[in-house]
Design a protein around this ligand. Structure first.
Ligand SMILES: *[C@@H]1O[C@H](CO)[C@@H](O)[C@H](O)[C@H]1NC(C)=O
Ligand SMILES: *[C@@H]1O[C@H](CO)[C@@H](O)[C@H](O)[C@H]1NC(C)=O
Ligand SMILES: *[C@@H]1O[C@H](CO)[C@@H](O)[C@H](O)[C@H]1NC(C)=O
Length: 444
């Protein structure tokens, strides 16, 4: 971004700061206070360039789940500079900030902080400096967008009709960070929580979501099938766990195809099969492992129960023993991500006002999972996808690819949506507070 451009916008920014309240317009209808002003504020270089700088810094130093110490420190440093109070540590590295009156109602915004164990293959100036670790799922951008929102919200703190709670969460990638944040007990009386994920599958300026289930619940299992090893040419003296495990896998595939309602999408995949090391030896045991997915907690628990029964039962048919482990500590299961129906209508109207109604898309549910689901089990919650594709630019790879790239032009859209969703929701919940001299008084 050029020098001239910066100065022009610096003027615009100061103008904004001096301007009349932007979060509310009591003279007009319920949604008139959501305007493209939020987007203009977020696109100002003082916010936009700052977010890009933060995102690149985090990108260069990716940290895995519960190890986000530097990322957390960077967040706290910026919150300190902005004068935003927070609680730390929450769930090891998590940070929970507060903007507004400090009183109810509370609306939460969530960003995840962890990277993936993946070697970055993109050659660019801000490539990951940590071998084997990469922000390949956009969490660096999620943090930057939430900080961008925090910066805008803080500037207009005395217009906020309650408290915006900023949730910087560790370990989204299979570590159950959301659950740990909830267990820490710092989120109280939250009226609504919003979260987003940046994706290359929608154009920049578009968002997509749906009411009800949006992502599947996801769990993992590992099973050891024990037989008795021996000479491959004398099978009658052995109990062959390789054949047993093969039958187990075939039987597992019958759960979804024969026991489940075809209209209730579910998946069982065995992705791991380990056993044996020689051509002429029957091994003692085989270990298999995989994942299972479903869109309701009920289906999910049923699947889990049947996976265990089928593995132990089918192993027994082959005279083997099996133990099944659902890895509850290491890889805690993530419930289905289910969007609150009322919040869907609210989201459509707010995002529609900000981006234009044609840029708010209805999406099909995805089999992927998102630990935002844990919050939704406790509070009304809403999750949406934020587009970043720009057809005039290069093709963008999917998340979890070592070639994953972020189109940083999308950052202001995420920040503006955070600001609008939180501030407007508080206004909706708490319309009768008057703002007098920057202080809040109940009109009683
Ligand atoms: C949450 O609500 C409960 C019950 O109304 C109340 O006792 C508690 O003080 C509230 N917590 C906060 C942080 O407002
Ligand atoms: C399976 O477990 C039973 C009961 O503990 C034991 O008697 C049997 O030897 C085991 N079989 C194998 C193949 O490990
Ligand atoms: C898409 O990219 C082009 C070329 O870099 C740029 O001029 C344009 O502003 C971008 N569009 C959006 C919506 O950011």
């Amino acid at each position: 971004m050029g020098f001239f451009f910066k100065w022009v916008n610096l003027f615009v920014f100061f103008h904004f700061l001096a301007a009349t309240p932007i979060f509310s317009d009591s003279s007009s209808s319920s949604n008139a206070f959501v305007t493209t002003k939020f987007l203009d504020l977020a696109k100002d270089p003082l916010v936009f360039d700052w977010m890009i700088g933060i995102r690149r810094k985090i990108h260069e130093n990716p940290e895995l789940g519960y190890e986000e110490f530097e990322t957390s420190k960077l967040i706290r440093t910026e919150l300190d500079k902005l004068g935003i109070s927070y609680k730390y540590p929450v769930a090891v590295t998590g940070v929970v900030g507060f903007i507004g009156t400090g009183l109810p109602p509370f609306v939460a915004l969530r960003a995840d902080m962890d990277a993936l164990p993946l070697q970055e293959m993109v050659e660019w100036e801000h490539k990951s400096k940590v071998p084997g670790k990469m922000h390949a799922c956009g969490h660096d951008a999620h943090v930057a967008m939430l900080l961008g929102a925090a910066k805008i919200l803080k500037r207009h703190e005395n217009e906020i009709r309650g408290t915006v709670v900023l949730v910087f969460q560790p370990a989204e990638e299979g570590g159950g960070g959301a659950k740990k944040i909830l267990d820490a007990g710092v989120l109280e009386n939250i009226s609504a929580i919003f979260g987003l994920h940046i994706v290359p599958t929608y154009p920049i300026g578009e968002v997509a979501s749906r009411s009800g289930p949006i992502f599947a619940g996801s769990g993992f299992f590992e099973a050891t099938i024990n037989g008795r090893g021996g000479h491959a040419a004398i099978p009658q003296h052995s109990i062959d766990p390789i054949l047993a495990a093969s039958n187990v896998i075939v039987s597992l595939q019958h759960i979804v195809s024969r026991e489940v309602d075809p209209l209730d999408s579910q998946v069982v995949t065995v992705g791991k099969f380990q056993g044996g090391g020689a051509f002429n030896v029957i091994p003692d045991s085989v270990t298999i492992g995989g994942t299972f997915r479903a869109f309701s907690k009920e289906s999910f628990m049923q699947l889990r129960q049947r996976i265990e029964q089928v593995i132990t039962g089918q192993a027994a048919v082959q005279r083997c023993n099996a133990t099944v482990n659902f890895l509850d500590d290491e890889k805690p299961f993530s419930p289905p991500t289910v969007n609150n129906g009322d919040l869907h209508g609210y989201f459509e109207s707010v995002a529609g006002s900000l981006l234009g109604v044609n840029n708010v898309k209805e999406m099909q549910p995805l089999m992927g999972s998102e630990d935002f689901a844990f919050y939704q089990e406790v509070f009304p919650g809403y999750f949406f996808l934020l587009g970043m594709d720009n057809a005039s630019n290069e093709h963008l790879e999917s998340p979890h690819s070592p070639y994953f790239k972020i189109n940083e032009d999308a950052l202001p859209y995420g920040a503006a949506l955070h600001v609008s969703l939180a501030s407007s929701y508080l206004l909706k919940l708490n319309p009768d507070i008057s703002v007098v001299g920057g202080k809040h008084h109940d009109e009683l």
